[in-house]
Design a protein around this ligand. Sequence first.
Ligand code: UTP
Length: 294
Amino acid sequence: MTHIRKAVFPVAGLGTRFLPATKSIPKEMLPLIDRPLIQYAVDEARAAGIEEFIFITSPGKATLEGYFDSNGALEDKLATAGKDGLLADLRISNMPEGQHSFVRQAQPLGLGHAVRLAARLVGNEPFAVLLPDDVIRAEIPCLKQMVAAHADIGGNMVATMDVPRAATSSYGVLDIEHRFGRTVRARGMVEKLAPDDAPSTQAVVGRYILQPSVMTRLQGQGAGAGGEIQLTDAIAADLATTPLNGYHFEGQRFDCGSVAGYIEATLAFALARPDLAASISAALTAPRQAMGWQ
Ligand code: UTP
C-alpha cells in the first residue's frame, strides 16, 4: 500500500466567471462564509494524510501565496486580547515551513498543463490533485474516502458523481466497464461531449489520485478539448498501462467555480452553522418585502 503524501492544487485559472471580482482577487480566495475556498481544499487534503502541498499559481495570485504565511503581529494581538477562538481560526491558515511550494504557470494552457508543472516536485510516487473550486461537504472528507479505496485497488482514481444526462456536456464522463460498491472500473473517459454521446452519467469532479505515469503522459501532450492541455486526455491515455477507477464519493459537491454554485454553497454552509442558521433561514423564508427585497 502506497501512502499518498503529496497533493497538487491547480489554482492558476483565470476565473472569468467571477469577473470583475477576480480581476484582482484569485477565485480560490473568495470566501465561503469566512474561509477562502482554498482553505477547504487544504483542510480536506490534510484530513486525508497529505504532507506536501504544491500550488500551481499564476501572475496575479500573490494574495493566495501570502495567505499561508503566519501573521505574528495579528496572532499576538488576538492572544493578548484573549480572543482564543479567533486565534485558532487564524492559525488554521498557517502552513508549516517546508510543507508547501508554489509553481508558476505563466499562461493558462489548461489543467493538464498546470498539473504537469508539478512533475519534478511530485517525483516518482502517486499523488492527489484537488481543484479548490469543487467544494465537497462530507462526513468523511472526500479525498480521505478515496485514499482508503485507493489503498485497496490502486491505479488511477477520479471522484465521480451522477449528473442528469443533459448536464454531462459540462464534465469529463466515464465509460463504465463494471461497478463494485462505490467504485466503478472505467474503460475510458471523455471530456465534455454532447449529452447524447456521453457514455454514462458518471461525471468526474475535482479530486484525483494519480500514478506518476500520468505525469509522463502529460509531457509532450498537445491541446485537446477547448484548445487546452487536458488532464482527462492523459488519464485516458494511461489506461494503456494503468486501470482507471471512478470513486462515487459520499457527500455533496458544490461547483464554486460558477456563481450559482458558489451562492448555493454559501447558503448550505450558512444553514449548517449554528450561529448563522436562524437568521439566514428567516431571511430566506420571510416575505421579500419584509426584508426590503423587491
Ligand atoms: P476552470 O475550468 O474552472 O477555469 O479550471 P478557470 O479559469 O479557473 O475559471 P473560468 O472558467 O475562467 O471561470 C478548473 C481548475 O483548473 C485550474 C483552475 O485554477 C481551476 O482550479 N486551471 C485551469 C489551472 O490551474 N490552469 C489552467 O490553465 C486552467
